[in-house]
Structure formats: structure tokens, C-alpha cells
Design a protein around this ligand. Structure first.
Ligand code: FAD
Length: 525
């Protein structure tokens, strides 16, 4: 038997998201006979990916290997393209069954289709399981007449008809593995070792301590810790959490869910247990609601063609975004001159996680709010730097924040000054991530350029020399941008009027592996 996980795309010279089917197969949602794991690692790392790569190892591979050892198995990491590696393995290991977790990302669908076809050619039985999401996404789309629901309310109505998500299945035990042997050679470390930083040409000298250590054990520990806070869980309302608290005001379970260290279903049912018999908040703002947002974007990503792009994406407003490499670099490198924005981007670069509303602030600033840069550029930066980088959630949320899809109140723009003040008047968050500004009095910490020269001198930071001037005048540019957005929306209405099919929603075009396999079977008949 062979179970595989393989999720790694090459894009813009950066590797990302070696996500985790394996973890889920192993820990909770599906039991399969797990002998080995195969990860297709085709890494071409840029400088900024270095910390991502370390985290990938920490979050995913090492703890998985440890857990598999407890089941008398090991993690086998193979280098190469799946279409080259698999056929060799099928023969070499005399594989009879191949199991994997269904993955809805277009890259994965096509990869899994290729591997499935190869397996069939080699007489290998293929078994897959839907478990990365709460529901089978194809079922949601089917229930909504072949279209992805475009509003949360519609999504809620659909999942209501499907009933509660499936409960997770307990993790495999030694008993489950009793008839299974993993032939582990003495050369295991040489042939199948977890890739090291050195292997991908990266320097390990400057590595920082992990703020969010990886693995299932840590995920469950974090989950337990939060679930013990029953009052907090029951009263959780996302809009009332803070983007700039010094320690996270939400669960930070996203990296674990993304990497499959924590099953979304386990998370869901633990919440249900906590809610039992108590008054509690409800979707969309509750923690159950957050998991449904995840489901919402996954469904959209499957049902909407070209989901991670503006062009060719039928629900995405077509906007005449500017190309401005200088602005983009300033945003990305925390040099916009707006301390709140720069502090968030610094936290992102240093820790790989930022609060949802902090993501709102920087995403709005980059796109419709201030810099008028295409959300796809922000998506790329997030994909590279976020520990929880997830293709569907990243694309969906960027479309929301740029008011390109799902959210249309483009006239509501976040202020890079006032927004942060609401929850952190003193600017302690800014002081933490931009220590250069720490001596500024609270009055000027969000707008240091307004401080008299004497105060800047006393703070040891001269704006324009030690810290940049703001790259745009927010009050002016944001008003201008609202007008530009108005035009884009007006054009959208005209286009929709000319093309009624667009108005009615989007027919599902992408084919799932399940559909493809069914079609193939039918052809054979
Ligand atoms: P909690 O509030 O504790 O929520 C619990 C879980 O619900 C999260 O772990 C996550 O799995 C899910 N969830 C919460 N909010 C959302 C949401 N808005 N959309 C979908 N699922 C949600 N999240 C990612 O996991 N990966 C991404 O690549 C990603 N990119 C984003 C890009 C932008 C521009 C924005 C605005 C948001 C993005 N999000 C992304 C969504 C959200 O910000 C994070 O899921 C959340 O902040 C993670 O922190 P948490 O685990 O403490 O969330």
C-alpha cells in the first residue's frame, strides 16, 4: 500500500504550500493503511521563501515522521516529478493500493488525475477520501444547481440541507497497522530524508526560534487550550477581535488547518461540544462561522473558473489597476511610511501570521484604498509569506478585500491611521514591530511625519531619514480611488447587462477527478 501526499507548486520562482493530505489521512478523518508518504518536492526557493521552507518542515514533515515512527512506519520523501516517481515506485515496491486525499486546487486535480491514470496502468487500485473540507465541495455545488454560492447566506442555506459535517475518525493505532510492514532500509536517511535548508542552498545560520511550532500534537494542544476557554469560545465574534493585540486575539489554528495538522472537522466538532447547552454566538461571526467561511471560499474556488486571477474570472470586477513596482516593493518591505501598515507587514515577514483584520488593513491599502495595485500581486506576497498560505482562501479573501467579488461596498475604505487606533491607542503593537518608532509619543505614533522636528529628534528617528515619509496622501488618494472603483463597477453593470449569463451566476466548468474517473469508466463501457 502506498499513501501519498504531494502539494507543491512552482510559481514565480517560489515554492509554496507543501500541504498535507498525509496528516489528515493519518490523524483523524480517514484511516488508510499507511506505509509511506510521498512528497513531490520541486523546490526552487527565493530568498523570502527561506523561512517558509523551515516552517514547512517544522509544521509538517518532522512531526509527521515522528508520528509515523510510533506506528512502526516512516515518512519517505522522494524528489522528482510525480509522473516520473510513481511508476518507478509502483514497480519497485510492488504497490497494490494507492490512497490519497481529494484536493480541489486546479494544480492538484490535474496532478492527481495523472497519477491516478498511471496507477491504473500499473494495476494499482486508487482510493481517495474527501476530508480537507467539512463537506464534499462537489456536493455543495451540486445542491446549489451546479453553481458556487456567492453569498454566505446562500452557503448557509445549502449546508443546512446537507446536515452537520461528518465526524472525524480516530487516528490509526498499532492494531490497525498490525498486518503492515514498512520496508525501511539502512539507507533511509540518504534516500528519503526530509530536505534540509542546505539541500535547497539556504543558510541556516540566521534561523529564528519558531513562534508556532509545527505538528499535530501542537495543533491539538492549541485546540485544547482554546476549547477550555468556554466563555471565550461561546462569545467569540470575529469583528470584535483585535488586529493589533500583542498576542493573537484569535486561535491561530489556521497554519495547522492549512497543513492538515488539524482537521477542520475535529475543530468543528470540538466547538459543537463546547457550545452544547450554552448560549453562544452564531455564524458568520462565531468560530463555527469562521470554518464556514473557509468552506465558502473553497466552494467558490472550485465553482468559479480562474479563481486566483482577475482576467477570465467571471465574478471578479475588472479593474484598471496600476503597475507600480516601487509602491509594491514599499508595501511588501514595510516601507510605506504608515506605521500601522508597516508594523503589520513586519509581523507578517517575521512571524508568518497576522490577524484577519490586519490582513484587511494591508490588503485594502495595497488595492482599492491607496496604492491601486492589482490584488493578484498581494496574493503572491501573502502566498509566499503566510504560514497558513492557502490557494483558495487567499484568492477569495483578496477578492473580497479589493471589493472585486463577494463584497461590494468599495466606498468603505480602511484608514491606515484611524483603524489601528481603535484597538491600540498607545501604538504598542507598532512599537513592538517597528522599535525604531518606540520613543514617539502616542499622539504621533500612527503619524510620525506630523511630529515637530524636536519630537522626532527626541525620539531618535527623523522622518525622511530614519523612517520614510508616507508614500501617498491617504485622504486624497483614497477619495480618488473610490471614483475609479465607481467607474469599474459602472462598467461591470454595463457588461453584465450585455451578457445576461454573467448576471445569473457561473456555471461550473472545472471537472473534478471524480467526474473524470466516472467519464473514463463510462467510455470503457
Ligand atoms: P480564527 O478566527 O481563529 O478562525 C478559525 C479558522 O477559521 C481559521 O483557522 C481558518 O481556517 C478559518 N477562517 C477564519 N477566517 C477565515 C476567512 N476569512 N476565510 C476563510 N477561512 C477563515 N486564511 C488562510 O488560512 N490562508 C490564507 O492564505 C488566507 N489569506 C487571506 C488573505 C486575505 C487578504 C485575508 C483578508 C484573509 C485571508 N485568510 C487566509 C483568512 C483569515 O485571515 C485567516 O484564516 C485567519 O486570520 C487565521 O487566523 P486564526 O486561525 O486565528 O482564525
Amino acid at each position: 500500500f502506498l499513501s501519498f501526499t504531494s502539494k507543491c507548486r512552482q510559481r514565480n520562482n517560489s515554492c509554496r504550500n507543501v500541504r498535507t493530505t498525509a496528516m489528515k489521512l493519518a490523524w483523524g478523518t480517514h484511516i488508510s493503511t499507511i506505509v509511506s508518504r510521498l512528497i513531490h518536492l520541486n523546490v526552487s526557493v527565493g530568498k523570502d521563501v527561506r523561512h517558509f521552507f523551515v516552517r514547512t518542515q517544522a509544521l509538517y514533515m518532522r512531526p509527521l515522521d515522528c508520528s509515523l515512527r510510533k506506528l512502526d512506519s516512516r515518512l519517505f520523501v522522494l524528489r522528482g516529478k510525480p509522473e516520473d516517481v510513481f511508476p518507478k515506485l509502483f514497480n519497485k515496491w510492488k504497490v497494490t493500493k494507492l490512497t490519497y486525499e481529494y484536493d480541489t486546487e486546479p494544480y492538484s486535480l490535474s496532478r492527481d488525475q495523472t497519477v491516478t491514470a498511471l496507477a491504473k496502468e500499473h494495476g494499482v487500485e486508487v482510493i481517495y477520501s474527501v476530508s480537507h473540507t467539512l463537506y464534499d465541495i462537489d456536493r455543495i455545488i451540486e445542491e446549489n444547481n451546479g453553481k458556487a454560492p456567492l453569498t454566505f447566506i446562500r452557503m448557509q442555506a445549502i449546508v443546512k440541507t446537507l446536515g452537520p459535517p461528518k465526524r472525524p475518525i480516530p487516528a490509526p493505532t498499532m492494531e490497525n497497522m498490525k498486518d503492515v510492514k514498512t520496508p525501511c532500509s539502512e539507507n533511509h536517511e540518504k534516500n528519503y530524508a526530509i530536505p534540509t535548508m542546505e539541500e535547497v542552498g539556504q543558510d541556516t545560520a540566521a534561523l529564528e526560534e519558531e513562534k508556532f511550532p509545527g505538528g499535530e500534537q501542537e495543533a491539538l494542544r492549541r485546540l485544547d487550550e482554546h476549547m477550555k476557554r468556554t466563555g471565550w469560545v461561546c462569545n467569540f465574534e470575529k469583528p470584535h477581535t483585535s488586529p493589533n493585540s500583542l498576542s493573537p486575539s484569535t486561535t491561530v489554528l489556521s497554519p495547522y488547518v492549512t497543513f492538515g495538522c488539524l482537521s477542520a472537522r475535529t475543530f468543528w466538532w470540538r466547538l459543537t461540544d463546547v457550545y452544547q447547552g450554552k448560549k453562544h454566538s452564531a455564524p458568520p461571526v462565531s468560530l463555527h462561522g469562521q470554518l464556514l467561511w473557509r468552506e465558502f471560499y473553497y466552494t467558490a474556488s472550485v465553482g468559479i473558473p480562474n479563481f486566483s486571477k482577475m482576467e477570465g474570472n467571471p465574478v471578479c470586477t475588472q479593474v484598471d489597476w496600476d503597475t507600480n513596482a516601487e509602491y509594491l516593493a514599499a508595501w511588501r518591505e514595510a516601507r510605506t511610511g504608515f506605521p500601522f501598515i508597516d508594523a503589520i507587514m513586519t509581523q507578517l515577514r517575521q512571524e508568518g501570521w497576522i490577524h484577519h483584520l490586519a490582513r484587511h488593513a494591508v490588503a485594502c491599502f495595497l488595492t482599492r484604498g491607496d496604492l491601486w495595485i492589482n490584488w493578484e500581486e498581494g496574493q503572491k506576497v501573502f502566498e509566499e509569506l503566510l504560514l497558513d498560505g492557502d490557494w483558495a482562501l487567499n484568492a477569495g479573501n483578496w477578492q473580497w478585500l479589493s471589493a472585486s467579488a463577494f463584497f461590494h461596498q468599495f466606498f468603505r475604505v480602511y484608514s491606515p491611521v484611524a483603524f489601528g487606533k481603535k484597538t491600540d491607542k498607545n501604538g504598542d503593537y507598532i512599537k513592538k514591530y517597528l522599535p525604531l518608532l518606540k520613543k514617539f509619543p502616542a499622539q504621533y505614533i500612527y503619524e510620525p511625519w506630523k511630529a515637530p522636528r524636536s519630537i522626532q529628534q527626541a525620539a531618535g528617528c527623523i522622518v525622511g531619514k530614519d523612517y520614510p515619509h508616507p508614500i501617498v496622501q491617504h485622504e486624497v488618494i483614497s477619495k480618488n480611488n473610490i471614483q475609479r472603483m465607481k467607474l469599474a463597477y459602472a462598467k461591470r453593470s454595463t457588461d453584465a447587462a450585455e451578457s445576461p449569463s454573467k448576471k445569473q451566476g457561473v456555471k461550473r466548468k472545472s471537472t473534478s477527478v471524480i467526474d473524470m474517473m466516472k467519464k473514463k469508466k463510462d467510455r470503457k463501457k
